[in-house]
Design a binder for this molecule. Structure first.
Ligand code: MSK
Length: 674
């Protein structure tokens, strides 16, 4: 262990635990990492500063004449902006190309995840695998029409339900084609409100197929192609829509069909979910196809007995990042932490195996794992690690359960090899997770009404001021979880119902915001009344990063239910990614903005070096799609920008007066009565 430790005497700058996180479990584990001399992301962030020109978005490295760097002059632009790279590319072109490439990378990540899911679904439909089944046939019948697949058949003058296997096969083939079909546009676009579809058609941004839009960005942004920043952003819109209304949305739907649609369930969150006397397996990444099998394997009587034979009292599964959210929302498996806690879960000394798939996985996990007994297992052919202590068990859906059993057995065998003291920070909170489009309808609309009417009614009467989607990552350049939690508390205090996904959702669980009891403590009177009446938390956990599409569809249901305008941009709603770090967040932001949502990012946006492009994204886009970008690092101001937008929309809808009435306190009411 000693030789793997970071040499403290070399004096790398260490993070101050209390300054880098608001989470006590995280603070304690950072302290432990320092005591053991193990470096984590928090220390690296203290040592390495980000590149100032990259931060401005104006470093171009797409050809070997560069990198060309075009920072904004200290005094700002005086007169004509004549900054240019060797080829003449302007700051706007360079920053737009960089932005577009982030959209392409983010779309590729979500959509390749979706492709893997579609591939497994195709195997299920073709009956090539026994390990996966269609768990939610109702969901399959719901989505089939969006693929142009009939769910009924007319026979002998009678309309009957069509055979499920036939529907599955046709849906699987249609879905699979969406990545590369030669003609037409994506089928799911018809799920958006019609006025929005009309805007997309008018602008020529209806995605044709998913892969094509990603490839086209890579082509357009290579040296010497698209040199008009507005045209580059137009393709960024088309590509991002292929993510939000394409690859990511299909990932969510097909996962629901195969693994079951989530419904609210109780669980816990934070590193305190790990158990010293259990075999602890942490799954991390994004794709649930393997982790679904690991959940099943870890509950099998044979493996539980095997764990007991090795002296363990059971098998404790936990998650990090969005794989955590996937198995939380369907099985109640508790998340052990967010993106920034991945190294710390190993530093507990209790992690017998960490199983990673794709996205958001630190390469430094291998260095941390070397300091303990932890088996670090990569499972995906596109995501291996170079370090020699990493084990690769390639997952294949055709023998999925076999792979999962092998992994769980390996973790059990490793239980007796624990080499360091086990220190599990004793912090965890209860949470309710697993909301979706249908469960919001059920809880806020009721089966009796079967619509979003009651939610709309409460928005119109002002008890609920508006709806916010707060999503996304942690970022080691900001204080872990602080922005998420401050913004969300400020929103619910002001009667804004919050929908959350990704690491933001895990942060909310960790800090106790995902229980119905939260309403009485943190909410304004209107939202508290609604939450207490229907028994929901004021912050609804809607799943993983790809499940941001649930937010789009829930918003579409609100539009359909009536009374709040005709399009997503009419709604008193706003989006936020307070601690974003991934290219995927930019793709998500762009598809929300292009779907009509005012979207505020925290930390910073790599646009400051290109003021014209920045004002195009922050102002002009609203004139085209109804949504726009914004950035505000201060969390309280951030929340109030969102609230101001919500109030602007309430005014435009003519429902601002209703809200004034609902905000009357007892004294006002008594005065009125008198
Ligand atoms: S895991 S993309 S850090 S939300 Fe989806 Fe968390 Fe961001 Fe990864």
């Amino acid at each position: 262990m000693a030789e793997e430790k970071v040499k403290k005497e070399k004096g790398p700058k260490l993070a101050d635990p209390n300054k880098v996180s608001i989470c006590p479990a995280t603070q304690e584990m950072i302290e432990r990492s320092h005591a053991l001399g193990i470096e984590t992301v928090f220390d690296r962030a203290a040592t390495m500063k980000p590149c100032a020109i990259g931060m401005q978005g104006t470093c171009c490295k797409i050809c070997a004449m560069g990198p060309c760097r075009l920072p904004l002059p200290k005094k700002g632009i005086e007169g004509k902006d004549d900054r240019k790279g060797l080829c003449g590319a302007t700051a706007n072109t360079i920053a737009a190309r960089n932005f577009a490439r982030m959209v392409a990378a983010g779309t590729a990540a979500h959509s390749d995840h979706g492709r893997s899911v579609a591939e497994v679904f195709l195997s299920v439909a073709r009956k090539e695998t026994e390990d996966y089944k269609i768990k939610d046939p109702v969901r399959l019948r719901q989505i089939a029409p969006h693929f142009g697949v009939d769910t009924t058949i007319e026979k002998d003058g009678e309309v009957k339900d069509r055979n499920l296997d036939e529907i599955a096969l046709e849906v699987a083939e249609k879905a699979w084609a969406e990545w590369g079909k030669p003609e037409g546009t994506l089928l799911y676009l018809d799920r958006a409100p019609e006025p929005l579809q009309e805007k997309w058609k008018k602008m020529g941004v209806m995605p044709r197929n998913i892969d094509r839009e990603v490839v086209e960005i890579m082509h357009r942004t290579t040296m010497g192609v698209d040199q008009d920043y507005k045209n580059i952003i137009k393709q960024s819109t088309r590509c991002s829509l292929a993510d939000g209304w394409g690859g990511a949305m299909m990932a969510t739907d097909l996962q629901d069909v195969m693994f079951g649609s989530p419904s609210p369930l109780q669980s816990e969150a934070n590193m305190g979910i790990m158990k010293e006397d259990h075999v602890n397996i942490i799954v991390h990444g994004h794709e649930p196809v393997l982790s679904e099998m690991i959940v099943a394997a870890s509950q099998s009587p044979e493996l539980l007995e095997y764990a007991s034979s090795k002296g363990a009292k059971g098998i404790q599964l936990g998650g990090i990042c969005c794989t955590a959210n996937e198995i939380l929302q369907r099985h109640g498996v508790p998340p052990a932490g967010t993106f920034l806690q991945q190294e710390l879960a190993i530093i507990t000394g209790a992690c017998d195996a960490m199983v990673v798939d794709v996205q958001c996985v630190f390469q430094n996990l291998a260095n941390v794992a070397k300091c303990f007994h932890t088996k670090l297992i990569t499972t995906h052919p596109i995501a291996k690690m170079e370090q020699n202590n990493v084990i690769h068990i390639e997952f294949d859906e055709h023998h999925a359960m076999e792979d999962a059993i092998k992994i769980v057995r390996m973790a059990i065998d490793n239980f007796e090899n624990r080499s360091a003291d086990v220190v599990i920070p004793p912090y965890k909170e209860t949470q309710i997770a697993g909301f979706g489009v249908e469960s919001i309808e059920y809880h806020l609309g009721g089966t009796f009404r079967g619509s979003y009417y009651t939610l709309n009614d409460n928005i119109i009467n002002g008890r609920i001021r508006g709806v916010a989607g707060v999503v996304g990552c942690n970022n080691a350049r900001t204080k872990h979880n602080e922005e998420h939690i401050t913004i969300i508390k400020e929103l619910i205090k002001n009667d804004v119902l919050v929908l959350t996904t990704g690491c933001s959702a895990i942060a909310c669980g960790t800090h106790g915001l995902l229980t119905p009891e939260t309403a009485a403590v943190y909410c304004g009177p209107g939202l508290a009344e609604v939450c207490e009446t229907v028994g929901i938390p004021p912050v609804l956990h809607l799943g993983s990063c790809v499940d941001n599409t649930r937010i789009l569809l829930a918003a579409t249901e609100v539009v359909k239910a009536g009374g709040l305008g005709n399009d997503l941009c009419d709604l008193p709603a706003a989006g936020s990614a307070p601690e974003w770090m991934s290219e995927k967040a930019i793709a998500i932001g762009q598809y929300f903005v292009s779907s009509g949502v005012y979207t505020v990012f925290g930390y910073h946006m790599p646009l400051d070096g290109a003021p014209e492009l920045k004002s195009y994204l922050y102002e002009e886009m609203e004139k085209i799609y109804g949504g726009k970008w914004d950035c505000e690092p201060d969390p309280v101001k951030h929340a109030h920008k969102m609230i101001a937008h919500i109030d602007k929309k309430r005014k435009e809808l003519g429902i601002d007066k209703a809200r004034e009435r609902v905000l009357m306190d007892m004294a006002d009411r008594q005065a009125l009565e008198a």
